[in-house]
Ligand binder design. Structure first.
Ligand SMILES: Cc1cc2nc3c(=O)[nH]c(=O)nc-3n(C[C@H](O)[C@H](O)[C@H](O)COP(=O)(O)OP(=O)(O)OC[C@H]3O[C@@H](n4cnc5c(N)ncnc54)[C@H](O)[C@@H]3O)c2cc1C
Length: 417
């Protein structure tokens, strides 16, 4: 019996699941708690700045095959653009004023680490080679127990990379998860470390094409529909939403793509799985639209970590900084502006109009305990599947993990139909 797939949550995992199932000819109903899709990867119109902003700048690596597959399914692959044709990443150290460009090359043998003009100044080849130990790290090891968290190689390469990918401090972050991301980049062979960003906004690249496709394909989408609870003994028989109840037919499958702290699914998760949230802070600063800067730049030696630019806007990202996340928004904006003025040589330019967004639950803290207790897609009820970046995809909690989990859930639902 071919039933309906009820996808709960219209973040990237839910959209990937809904798109993949719809493409395979299955009937899909998508339910989202809020009035918009995208979840942690969304855009909105900021009336104060008069611009569409992203909740946080997102970058994707060449080694993210599921993200590229998702965009290809939607005919939106040209909505993601490489930050530099060559895959180079500009760096600035705001403490010393030094600037350099990291020039990783393609292929299984990273030749660039043997060329001092392509790696960070003051680093040695060995600093990078050491990181390969992450790939074979034990399940209980943290990043800083595998790569010593001191020295130039740490400050100028591993620390920025680890914090950006893991959104977790290195003394807590799972070495194995970071190692998996590294292995994906190496085995991609060509352009694994190349960074891509949305052409205009997260919505235009990842969300709007999916909604257009789903609507055209007659998938039903219900916004403003928070799931309160899931009912049934051996199988799910009923979904209780805030305003209504949906009874399931025998061939129906539910794919819950909710955050792990959602009370609707909490009781379905293993007891040992108790993820704690880690924040990401973004500040969007209005700048002169005639100024031109690199699309993405790593900032080290201060509080800011990454800067993304678009005409008229510099957006600054800081991951895993719990102390910064607790500050008043004006303090956050002022503190990061000090770094940005140095990084972009803006002299004494006063703090411009800005918007601060603190995502307190950007991802779980991805420590070894989290990594070893993440549940897979299957639950005790055969017609209830889980998806989301936090489920056990073997990868850090990123867009790649979210899409991979959504595709996997759609495939499992198909095989059960
Ligand atoms: C600021 C920030 C920057 C980031 N930067 C990057 C980056 O550079 N690169 C990268 O790869 N990843 C990045 N990420 C991570 C990435 O955004 C996530 O991995 C991804 O969006 C997770 O998607 P998801 O579908 O698993 O979860 P979510 O996006 O959380 O989706 C869950 C959905 O379920 C809905 N929902 C919740 N409760 C209910 C309910 N009861 N009923 C119905 N619906 C419900 C939510 O509203 C949401 O739409 C970043 C995240 C943040 C916050």
């Amino acid at each position: 019996m071919i039933g309906t797939i009820h996808v709960i949550g219209a973040g990237i995992a839910g959209l990937a699941c809904a798109v993949s199932a719809t493409k395979a000819g299955q009937k899909v109903v998508l339910y989202e708690a809020t009035k918009h899709a995208g979840g942690r990867c969304r855009s909105f119109f900021d009336t104060q700045l008069g611009k569409t902003l992203d909740n946080g700048s997102h970058a994707v690596l060449g080694a993210n095959p599921n993200v590229f597959e998702y965009l290809k399914l939607l005919g939106a692959d040209n909505e993601l653009v490489a930050v530099e044709k060559t895959g180079c990443i500009p760096f600035v150290d705001v403490e010393t004023g030094e600037q350099w460009t990291l020039k990783p090359d393609d292929g299984l043998i990273p030749k660039w680490i043997f060329d001092e003009t392509r790696r960070a100044p003051g680093t040695r080849s060995l600093d990078y080679i050491r990181g390969l130990r992450l790939i074979v790290a034990g399940g209980q090891q943290t990043v800083s127990s595998v790569i010593p968290d001191v020295g130039t190689g740490w400050d100028r390469f591993w620390e920025p990379l680890s914090t950006a990918i893991m959104n977790t401090n290195a003394n807590q972050a799972s070495a194995r998860l970071l190692g998996q991301a590294l292995w994906q980049a190496i085995k991609t062979w060509s352009g694994g470390l190349k960074s891509y960003v949305p052409r205009q906004s997260l919505d235009q690249t990842f969300i709007a094409p999916a909604l257009t496709y789903l609507k055209k394909s007659n998938a039903a989408i219900h916004f403003d529909s928070p799931l309160a609870s899931i009912h049934g003994d051996e199988r799910v028989t009923e979904l209780q939403f805030r305003a209504n109840t949906v009874s399931l037919s025998p061939g129906d499958t539910v794919v819950a793509t909710l955050p792990p702290w959602s009370s609707a699914i909490g009781h379905l998760l293993p007891n040992a799985f108790d993820p704690r949230p880690s924040p990401i802070i973004n500040v969007h600063y209005e700048i002169d639209p005639n100024l031109e800067y690199p699309a993405m730049m790593a900032v080290i030696g201060g509080t800011a970590q990454w800067a993304f630019t678009r005409p008229g806007l510099i957006s600054v990202t800081v991951s895993a900084d719990q102390d910064l996340a607790r500050l008043d928004h004006l303090d956050i904006a002022g503190r990061l502006w000090q770094d940005i003025k140095t990084a972009f040589a803006l002299g004494e330019t006063p703090l411009p109009r800005h918007r601060v967004i603190v995502e307190r639950r950007a991802t779980p803290i991805q420590d070894p305990t989290f990594a070893s207790n993440r549940p897979g897609p299957q639950t005790s009820m055969p017609n209830l599947l889980l998806a989301g970046d936090w489920t056990d995809t073997g990868l850090p909690c990123t867009l790649e993990s979210a899409v991979k989990s959504g595709f996997k859930a759609a495939e499992l639902a198909r095989s059960q139909a």
